[in-house]
Design a protein around this ligand. Structure first.
Ligand code: ADP
Length: 217
């Protein structure tokens, strides 16, 4: 049985979520988005949700200890037996070391989706999520977003609270502050790859699949 353990890193809005969904489908493995887990907890009003709600709205980072416990618990669930796509973790060197420990000798493919800041800010202005089917998509007219219903289910396309321009700038600054060290942590490992995130999402997906298939077949 081939096990495909994939970790996607990259700035907010680089396309991690979109690519993670595609990889999860292609390899039949679960997509584990730490951001989605946290937002779900906030929506559900759970203890975890209450703990992280303020941090999420500000676009700051939840503590390494809390995130590490959350990911460790998630990665032992039986649906990860054939692998997983991890999206949103690790974000700090502390989280990277904790993940190394969790994985032990198992192969883990880390890919960075590289996109420049200016492009990120442009993309986030048009990013919306459907409040019914939760699919992330972009609206063609950022000035009149309410005029467009979700093309898949007719739901309302709404801006994620942390996609407000001020928060996006803070999230980008947070990403930049921590990412250099995370990338440095993985850079020399043979399974690490950098994918150009400015390409069409089909090309990004193809580049990732080629890298995975080279390592896993
Ligand atoms: P982004 O689009 O910024 O990549 P995510 O959906 O991955 O957004 O995460 C949303 C928010 O959840 C982050 O801004 C942060 O507050 C919190 N978060 C998610 N993953 C982590 C993590 N590994 N460590 C700390 N905070 C996290």
């Amino acid at each position: 049985m081939t096990v495909v353990n994939v970790v996607l890193i990259g700035p907010p809005g680089c396309g991690k979520g979109t690519q993670a969904v595609r990889l999860a489908e292609r390899y039949g493995i679960p997509h584990i988005s730490t951001g989605e887990i946290l937002r779900g907890a906030v929506r559900a009003g759970s203890e975890l949700g209450r703990q992280v709600a303020d941090t999420l709205v500000k676009g700051s980072l939840v503590s390494d200890d809390l995130m590490t416990d959350l990911v460790r618990d998630r990665l032992v669930r039986p649906d990860t037996a054939r692998g997983f796509v991890l999206d949103g973790f690790p974000r700090t060197v502390g989280q990277s070391r904790a993940l190394d420990e969790m994985m032990g000798a198992a192969l883990m493919i880390v890919m960075l989706i590289d996109v420049a800041d200016a492009e990120i800010i442009r993309r986030m202005g048009t990013r919306r999520v459907c409040d019914a089917c939760r699919l992330t998509q972009s609206v063609s007219d950022a000035l009149h977003p309410d005029s467009e219903p979700c093309p898949y289910c007719g739901g309302n396309l709404v801006r994620r609270p942390d996609d407000e321009p001020e928060t996006v700038r803070h999230r980008l600054a947070t990403y930049t502050a921590y990412a250099t060290a995370v990338i440095e942590h993985y850079r020399r490992r043979p399974w690490f790859a950098i994918v150009d995130g400015r390409q069409h999402s089909d090309q990004v997906a193809a580049a990732m699949a080629a890298h995975i298939d080279r390592l896993c077949s």
